[in-house]
Design a protein around this ligand. Sequence first.
Ligand SMILES: CCCC/N=C1\SC[C@@H]2[C@H](O)[C@H](O)[C@@H](O)CN12
Length: 641
Amino acid sequence: ISGEAQLIPPALPEGQFGTHVGAGLLQEPAPSVPLDYEHNCFRKDGAPFRYISGSIHYARVPRPAWRDRLLKMYLSGLSTVQVYVPWNYHETLPGVYDFTGNRDVEAFLDLTAELGLLVILRPGPYICAEWEMGGLPAWLLWKPDMTLRTSDPAYLAAVDSWLHVLLPKIRPRLYQQGGNIISVQVENEYGSYYACDYGYLRHLLGSFRALLGSEVLLFTTDSAGAQELRCGTLQGLYATVDFGPGSNVTEAFGALRRVEPKGPLVNSEYYTGWLDYWGEAHASTSAAWVARGLEDMLQLGASINMYMFHGGTNFAYWSGADYKDQYKPVTTSYDYDAPLSEAGDPTEKLFAIRTVISKFQPLPVGPMPPATPKYAYGWVALTHRSLQYADLLDVLDVLCPSGPIQSQFPLTFEALKQAYGFMVYHTQLPWDVPDPATLGAPPHSICDRGYVMLQKGTLERDGQTTLHVTGRGGDTLDILLENMGRISFGANTSDFKGLLGNLSLNSRPLSNWQIYPLAIDTAVQQGWPQAALPKSSSAGRVGPAFYTGTFETPGIAWDTFVKFPGWSKGLLWINGFNLGRYWSRRGPQQTLFVPGSVLHVGRPNNITVLELEEAPPSPLLLFLDQPLYNRTLGRSTMATE
Ligand SMILES: CCCC/N=C1\SC[C@@H]2[C@H](O)[C@H](O)[C@@H](O)CN12
């Protein structure tokens, strides 16, 4: 790193940027945040500028909590927040957009401006973020031969259509237009993607410039490897890098300097923690380690964004997955061991970071707001609304109002235009099976988990793909197939969901399927199953089943955490809000965060649980005032522990 880069350049002499108009009237210079290649820094309205930023994803935080989180970030000493825009969160079907409620990105951006925060916007179109399909809409896969994140004309047409809707909302908020958005990222770690398609990056650069104008700083972010920076950068896009504590700062910024010999040093993702996968220990990164690395970089005059400053939650079906030798789904909690916890509580790490920041710039005046109050609402008993094997077909008329699709062989979610959640694959045993026969699936064809309802058992992607079954010819064979989240990083193929191959019985393919895409959320939001399914005391505890219950809050609706003692794996809805997946048997996450804004006061709160594998003898939930993130299989999950 050249010595020059070590210094934050001196302020330029006054009057440098004023201009004389008419009778000597001074016209205010237009707002600007250009790069200063001579002094290796940004300039904001003519003065040297370095940002200290933190990532927050509005899609992972309920709208009522946005102000709380952003205020805490501001009072932590951040000048800027970095924000992804997930394309699939807004364009739910081709040409169908949702910018309402929790998806009102403009309201979120206006709140950042109101609180005096600058914004680094990252609209993708691909964002990674351990978000479903890295933010790309699943409906892109309805054209199965589309090559994502390339110059594929069909892909670019969908991208441009989306950018023509989103970017006009952004342009008035650009700093040069009087707004608070100081820079915009194009794509995301493109250098890590196999395609290395410069034509694609050039197309995006053209579209972003056409829709955002020539003033805004457009940049890229890549990890600091030579290959990644070779394929992820482009003339006309300022290159930045991402790396976490423990990385060699000199080497990382040295790699950046090889593509950007001049200009500000920027770490766009300084990792304050890390993501969690189901079945692996909760990630944890030392606060002291994070603080030390931050201070080293700030000493260099670098601009830093901390990823994440507030992680939040992957509600509903929004969690993504990685592929590293095998499919690795990400947990519902995106706590990330971040400075602001999943529930928005300041941590020791936040105060360590705040202390470092105070060495470089004054902190805002005012106390850090305390953790939001949490409430342990205690035990809540649920009632079994049986989805016993024989009943499943009875409820499919509700869960699949459009009726089944007949097919000789299984079809994918995408072929049936089902984006998320579940489908049922239904057929009959073609012959008597008195002795255990092997129900099998080709490798990698279960995407991602199949709950077999003949002999109750689970088929799993990159896991168990055979089961032994018996039965009589004509017996129903139902498989409830779950999409656990499309890969968001690390695979060079599109992540189709469902039964991607033919199931066989003792190697003889099964055929003649009825396939039911399920609209469970719609049914739950309409009061099903409480209103429709009989209470069932006789039903067994094994296999997919709905459970319902209610509880009252004592006059307050505070945040809480739900524990599932003795449950296995499923989903939780409260008052129709999908709080995401639980997987108590696999962990490490043992509680789901419930924002207080989801709860009612003065009337019952309706609970619906879809348990996919095995419920406890007593179907109880336990509401706690603290989370449990790190208890994997083999540890007791009893509430008392
Ligand atoms: C070694 C794998 C690097 C993959 N990149 C990651 S993992 C956590 C973060 C987020 O996904 C973020 O959206 C990526 O840009 C960078 N990153």
